[in-house]
Design a protein around this ligand. Structure first.
Ligand code: ADP
Ligand code: MG
Ligand code: MG
Length: 940
């Protein structure tokens, strides 16, 4: 192998240069080369690039798409990408770079930019300025650092002033550069909101001194003063003078970009989004284009469709005479893209054209960043746009209708979790209208993240976090958000900001998290110090802890609580208060679900033990019940008394008497459930929990129970303490109960079979699946099965008819998993009870894991909570061994999963790969599981 792929060989050359070969052989699978022969730098320039969009692992998303845009002829300022492998090398080698990178590679790559533009890096006459931009494989908006206008110093600033004929512009760039460099490379940016940014302080002081409001009002002299004050502040704070040598500046900036991969906010973001730390970031060095050179210049961001609603309209914001982050920073409120149409139709038309080129090329909704320099448009970034669940579903279905994508791709475009948003509550219209009539509508901001949220106001992430720990619903209210706020955003019901547009940090992050968000509500004035919020022109003050409601679909901000109600889909499906033809979202949802059902291989069942839950699940598309927990049936009214009597009985006779009282209740429950499910399969688990869970705890409750049972308080109390267990999770529970007290199993099976017989007499065919819990040896299952069959036979004899039924077992004890070849001989089916299997497989109590799992996740011992998403390497392996061994003795053994994991998309994919027949999850997760199962089938 190595010889065929040696760096000098023809094949290797082709691999690097030929796009078609690259797509056949993704970068990740490319043969390992000797490190000194690796290509670390990839240049791009109008019309041609060394990379392309398929090379995200190596070039990061930003670098790969800059290359792609250059390749398809879009106007991209020239530059080069330093690959993620350099970042990996940097961290593997005590923060040093591959040999010759700065001596040879980078100077050569810079030369290409210089040649393309006829400027020179560091040249006092006609200086080339560059931006140094981070860019990982997955986009991490605002998490890492970017430095603009690099290459300026006391000499080049004059050159730029002369060449542009605009000294004010040159000094504005220099001012920005020193500030960014100081913040990012020299680490002067405060990490804590309470500290003051030295640069902001200087800037504000100057504005105050000059009695002006905006940066744009500074004169050249002002800017020169500010730059020297900045430099003095840097010297004072760091003991170092500001670097004059552009090459030194460049090296510092590249190091800062790589360092930013491991800054705290980037790490928090990666955790939240399951991005592995070893990926590293790429670094893009690109010639600057200037949006701050005058009124025919500007900068903006846009989405090719509406990212909140999915509507097929161009959605964007821009600012004239502005640079870089001015649009998203929220310091000046940006203008809507339609206004550009009025102000500068030429540029607007170019943008519209690029919008359509990009959508056709990428066949997806794109998020773009652009800059206008002297009426000429430049593309600085494009990536697949983040969107709400609503938008994701709408765009996927509409792009299918437009012929851009096929139905398989439409399915792959929607993250199963996003469907949640379509099912999420909206405000109860009547209550909302009443609130508005009462004058509680405070203001209207931008509808940045749809849905309805109501909760208590908190003004910072820490307080929001604490409040949510206390169980309070939280609305996080901020002047604007920044990456430090994401922890607080994650725990909030909704987010409200005073400043910032549809593409502000708050809006982007909220949409990605699926949070309700109202952004840029300028009528508010928020005072962090006082912990209060006023509304301009109104005599209203809201304080921390007050209730507030926000409508992320309309932008309305309403004082107090407003009740929420079901979404459109729920109204059509379950409440039946809306007709399907009146519900646009419903129709899109329906289309999507039809596609999902067409491709998925897994059946989807639900966990339900009440007929109404079962009905809901069927509306969502459940094809059966994978887990009916019978213990839930013992709690209502007189049932619990009979149950307690059964548990506390002194002998078998006493127990049988009590069980006789329970039988009709159980039979009725099963009848109702079978009826609701029609001919769909229903898996019923025999009694599982330790018996003392049903017993009273307080003396007064025991007193009452003793009275009902005609026993003394002392007798009952003693019997209860006899039943006490030190470790009930591993005690007398599951099939052990029925082995000690077979009469319990007899009663349950009788109820199941009698209910099935009754339905059969009514002309309905049901096949109950009786499931034995907590089996660890085949013998336990054999003994229990014997009781089941005997009971069924006697019911058939009594009733003069028979029904078919299955007997199977939960696989939830590790011993059962690894002796599945034995257990399968006595089972018609297995159902993986992954809650217990995880608990016992990991030796971690689910109920106590909250104490240590967060720390474990922090240290990457588990990247996901193993009680939410299956631990593939451990518990998953137990499952695969069991599935293989079980089917080795019984090839048609039916396999399913019924733990909480059944509704988790990653687990669904794992179950597909392991060859399970079905997954079972809670009713509201059924649509998510359907989509996840289809995606798993398409992926594998
Ligand atoms: P982020 O990853 O946070 O979006 P970027 O690297 O895209 O950071 O940089 C932020 C902004 O800086 C860009 O949106 C763009 O406005 C500006 N910018 C970056 N590079 C250049 C450049 N070469 N010329 C002009 N502006 C630039
Ligand atoms: Mg940025
Ligand atoms: Mg950007």
């Amino acid at each position: 192998m190595p010889s065929a792929f040696s760096p000098s060989s023809h094949v290797f050359y082709l691999l690097k240069k030929t796009k078609s070969l690259l797509t056949i052989m993704p970068t990740s699978e490319r043969p390992k080369e000797k490190s000194d022969s690796k290509q670390y730098l990839y240049s791009f320039s109008g019309g041609i690039a060394e990379g392309d969009a398929s090379m995200k692992n190596l070039l990061g998303g930003k670098g790969a798409n800059l290359a792609e845009m250059a390749n398809i002829g879009l106007p991209v300022p020239p530059g080069f990408t330093i690959s993620t492998e350099v970042c990996t090398h940097y961290y593997d080698h005590q923060r040093t770079y591959p040999e010759n990178l700065f001596e040879k590679g980078i100077p050569e790559a810079l030369c290409k930019i210089e040649d393309a533009l006829g400027k020179k890096f560091g040249d006092p006459e006609n200086p080339l300025l560059v931006s140094v931009r981070s860019g990982a494989r997955a986009s991490m908006p605002g998490m890492m650092d970017t430095i603009l206008n690099l290459g300026l110093n006391e000499k080049t600033v004059d050159g730029l002033a002369r060449k542009s004929g605009n000294p004010r512009f040159a000094w504005d760039c220099y001012r920005r550069f020193v500030q960014m460099y100081g913040d990012v490379v020299l680490d002067l940016k405060p990490t804590d909101k309470k500290q003051i940014d030295p640069f902001e302080e200087i800037l504000e002081a100057k504005k105050h001194e000059r009695q002006i409001q905006l940066d744009t009002e500074f004169t050249v002299e002002d800017l020169q003063d500010i730059v020297s004050e900045y430099k003095a502040a840097i010297l004072k704070k760091t003991g170092r003078t500001f670097p004059e040598d552009p090459h030194e500046q460049l090296m510092g900036a590249i190091g800062a970009v790589f360092n930013s991969w491991n800054n705290e906010r980037a790490i928090v973001y990666r955790k939240l989004n399951h991005i592995p730390g070893y990926w590293g970031t790429a670094c893009n060095v690109q010639a600057m284009v200037f949006g701050n050179m005058g009124e025919d210049c500007g900068t903006g961001v846009a989405f090719t469709r509406d990212a909140a609603t999915g509507d097929n309209i161009f959605y964007g914001e821009f600012l004239m005479n502005a640079q870089g982050e001015d649009v998203v920073a929220g310091t000046r409120t940006p203008l809507k893209i339609e206004q550009l149409k009025a102000e500068n139709p030429g540029i607007y038309d170019q943008l519209e054209e690029i919008r359509s080129i990009l959508e056709k090329h990428y066949r997806d909704m794109m998020d773009i960043e652009f800059t206008i320099e002297n009426n000429k448009l430049f593309m600085l970034q494009c990536r697949v746009g983040k969107r709400t669940g609503f938008a994701a579903v709408k765009i996927a279905v509409e792009m299918f209708n437009e012929g851009l994508i096929d139905e398989k791709e439409a399915l792959m475009r929607i993250e199963p979790e996003q469907l949640n948003q379509l099912l999420r509550p909206v405000f109860n219209m009547k209550e909302k209208q009443a609130a508005i009539a009462e004058g509680r509508l405070l203001a209207t901001g931008l509808n940045a993240g749809p849905g309805a949220a109501t909760g208590k106001i908190y003004f910072n992430a820490v307080d929001a976090h604490d409040a949510s720990k206390r169980g309070e619903p939280v609305i996080l209210v901020r002047i604007e958000t920044s990456p430090e706020d994401i922890k607080g955003m994650a725990v909030s019901e909704g987010i409200l900001t005073e400043r910032g547009g549809m593409t502000s940090h708050a809006a982007l992050v909220a949409r990605q998290m699926g949070k309700v968000c109202v952004a840029g509500c300028g009528a508010l004035s928020i005072d962090y110090q006082k912990g209060e919020m006023r509304v301009n022109g109104k005599d209203i003050v809201l304080c921390e802890g007050d209730y507030l409601s926000i409508d992320g679909s309309t932008g309305e901000v309403i004082a107090g609580k407003v009740a929420t109600k079901n979404s459109e889909i729920i109204e059509v499906l379950i409440d039946k208060t809306l007709l399907p033809e009146e519900a646009a979202t419903w129709n899109i949802y329906k289309q999507l679900m039809e596609w999902a059902d067409k491709y998925r291989k897994l059946s989807i069942r639900t966990n339900a033990d009440q007929p109404d839950q079962a009905e809901t699940a069927i509306m969502f598309g459940a094809e059966g019940i994978g887990l009916c927990r019978t213990e839930h049936m013992f709690f209502g009214g007189e049932r619990i008394d009979a149950m307690r009597e059964m548990i506390l009985a002194d002998d078998v006779e006493g127990r049988k008497k009590a069980l006789e009282k329970l039988l009709p209740y159980q039979r009725e429950d099963f009848y109702g459930l079978f009826k609701a499910m029609g001919s769909r399969p229903v898996t019923i688990r025999l009694l599982d929990p330790p018996l003392h869970e049903f017993l009273p705890h307080t003396d007064s409750e025991i007193e009452i129970l003793a009275g009902k049972m005609n026993k003394s308080f002392a007798q009952v109390k003693e019997r209860i303490s006899d039943l006490h267990e030190f470790n009930p999770m591993l005690g007398l529970r599951g099939c052990r109960l029925g082995i000690l007290h077979p009469e319990i199993t007899v009663m349950q099976v009788r109820a199941i079979i009698e209910a099935a017989c009754k339905l059969k007499q009514e002309g309905a065919e049901v096949v109950p699946e009786i499931m034995v819990p907590l089996v660890c040896t085949v013998k336990e299952l054999e003994i229990t099965s014997e009781i089941i069959h005997k009971t069924a036979r006697s019911v058939f004899a009594e009733q003069g008819i028979g029904v078919s039924y299955l007997v199977g077992t939960m696989i939830e004890v590790p011993r059962a998993a690894i002796t599945s070849d034995q257990i399968a001989t006595a089972a018609d089916f297995f159902s993986y009870g992954t809650n217990d299997l995880t608990q016992m497989g990991l030796g971690m109590s689910r109920d106590d894991s909250g104490q240590f799992l967060p720390a474990y996740q922090q240290q990457d011992i588990f990247s996901r909570n193993p009680f939410e998403s299956i631990d593939k390497d451990g518990v998953g392996k137990l499952m695969s061994i069991s599935a293989k061994d079980g089917r080795s003795v019984k090839p048609d053994l039916k396999l399913g999963i019924c733990g909480e994991h059944g509704g988790d998309p990653a687990t669904v994919e794992f179950c597909h790969q392991t060859g399970l027949n079905y997954v079972s999850c809670s009713p509201f997760r059924v649509p998510i599981a359907r989509l996840a199962a289809a995606r798993a089938a398409l992926k594998n």
